[in-house]
Every structure is written in structure tokens, then in C-alpha cells.
Design a protein. Structure first.
Length: 94
């Protein structure tokens, strides 16, 4: 792939992501309810997504399971725990 083609691909990704964010802003996600099972992993030290907002949203969802982990935004120290928990969750909801 040429260097200029790579730049075009990166620009396309940026434009797509901006459009996605513009569309997402049209919805009030904090008041969205779902009856689907939802598994949430949230780092207590997340500096991007605040814990109270996630906790508030999860509390309104009838089938949400929220795990607050001693981790940051990327949850890098919790990967094994999340794989195990996700496997269990998917087995139970299947």
C-alpha cells in the first residue's frame, strides 16, 4: 500500500468516527432501557468514563450485571477475570 493510500484510509477512519459520534449525540443513552442481558466491566480508576454514570445506567437495566474492577479505563490488569466472567455470562444467557 502506498503512503498516500494509507493517509486516505486514516482520514476515512477519522471521518467515520466523527459521524458515529455525531449520530450518538442524538440519543439520550442515560435514559435508554433494554431488556437484553448486559455485562459491564468498569474500572474504578477510569479517567475517561465516570463510575457514577455507569452505575446509574446499570441500576436501571433489569438484566444488567455491573462489575466494578480495581483498574483503569483500559482494564489491562483485569483481562483474565473478564474472559472468565464473560464466558460464564455467555453460557448462562445462551
Amino acid at each position: 500500500m502506498s503512503r498516500s493510500q494509507n493517509k486516505v484510509d486514516v482520514l476515512d477512519d477519522v471521518v467515520y468516527n466523527l459521524r458515529f459520534m455525531e449520530d450518538a449525540r442524538r440519543y439520550d443513552s442515560m435514559h435508554t432501557l433494554t431488556t437484553l442481558p448486559v455485562l459491564i466491566y468498569q474500572g474504578r480508576r477510569d479517567d475517561v468514563v465516570d463510575v457514577p454514570s455507569v452505575s446509574e445506567w446499570a441500576a436501571r437495566q433489569p438484566r444488567a450485571i455491573l462489575h466494578l474492577l480495581d483498574d483503569g479505563h483500559q482494564l489491562l490488569t483485569s483481562l483474565d477475570l473478564m474472559w472468565t466472567g464473560t464466558r460464564t455470562f455467555l453460557t448462562e444467557v445462551a
